[in-house]
Design a protein around this ligand. Structure first.
Ligand code: NDP
Length: 250
């Protein structure tokens, strides 16, 4: 499908990984793309390569986010910026890591939506694509991160209801493991990082998710892809586990 002349997207977290790949993919479709993140040097490089418009924006900066939303007519929001500190042991998490993870993944994502939605509703068209995760759908030993993505899952579902009759579409993307800087940002301990990323399996690449997003946003207006779960072929979820009580024989 070709997009309407002037179709404009905002991609958050466009300085690496899934966001960067999505900004590239949307530019390849001829869409005007605002590529937002904190690392402006990376965005400028991306702009040189793709013609996107670099925007230095911390998604936790409420004023900045609201101002951006009021200043530009955004048709497609790729609400992607996120991170997952304290993976696997939330009881050991620093308070600031808890606040940063919840604030970036949930509150900031909601404020981002709030900033672009009035314009979308006014124009009678728009598409919110929320970057969730399979951790929103299945139990995983990543309780803090899972809680934030669980919130995005519910947000996406409920927003569909709130937006009935407005013409604005909502999509939740639920990727499994994707090669990106996500784990480098999440895990400080080198050995734990190595054990986490070296699975001897073929992970998804960011382009796989970007391709799926292009499908969702380019589908005919009558089609709302509400949710898309995308896993590496070698990754599965489900089943039960039997784990002995560590103190039983002490
Ligand atoms: P990356 O670490 O490669 O990218 C994260 C992006 O988020 C960066 O561009 C970073 O930009 C941006 N970001 C983080 N905090 C802020 C902030 N405060 N303000 C603005 N931008 C911010 O990871 P991924 O590409 O893998 O992650 C993208 C999304 O996909 C996340 O929401 C993640 O939870 C989700 N996801 C990832 C999976 C994976 O296995 N990799 C699986 C499922 C979901 P900068 O630092 O320059 O600001």
């Amino acid at each position: 499908m070709t997009f309407e002349e002037g179709t404009t997207a905002l991609v958050t977290g466009a300085s690496s990984g899934i966001g960067e790949a999505t900004a590239r993919a949307l530019r390849a479709q001829g869409i005007k793309v605002f590529a937002a993140a904190r690392r402006i040097d990376r965005l400028e490089k991306l702009a040189d390569e793709t013609g996107c418009i670099p925007v230095q924006l911390d998604v936790r900066d409420r004023q900045g986010v609201v101002k951006f939303g009021e200043s530009y007519a955004i048709d497609i929001l790729i609400n992607n910026a996120g991170l997952g500190r304290a993976l696997g042991s939330m009881w050991e998490a620093e308070i600031e890591d808890i606040e940063m993870t919840v604030d970036t993944n949930v509150t900031s994502a909601i404020v981002m939506i709030k900033s672009v939605l009035p314009g979308m509703i006014e124009r009678g068209r728009g598409h919110i694509v929320n970057m969730s995760s399979v951790v929103a759908l299945y139990p995983l030993a990543a309780a803090l991160y899972g809680a934030t993505k669980g919130a995005i899952h519910k947000l996406s579902r409920d927003l569909r209801m709130e937006l009935q009759g407005t013409g604005v579409r909502v999509t939740e993307i639920n990727p499994g493991r994707v090669i990106s800087e996500f784990y480098n940002v999440a895990i400080d301990d080198d050995e734990k990082l190595r054990q986490t990323v070296e699975t001897n399996c073929e992970d998804l690449i960011a382009d796989d998710i970007a391709d799926a997003i292009v499908y969702c946003v380019s589908a005919p207006w009558r089609v709302n892809v509400s949710q898309m779960e995308i896993l590496p072929t070698e990754q599965t979820y489900g089943g039960t586990q039997f784990v002995p009580f560590k103190k039983r024989n002490q």
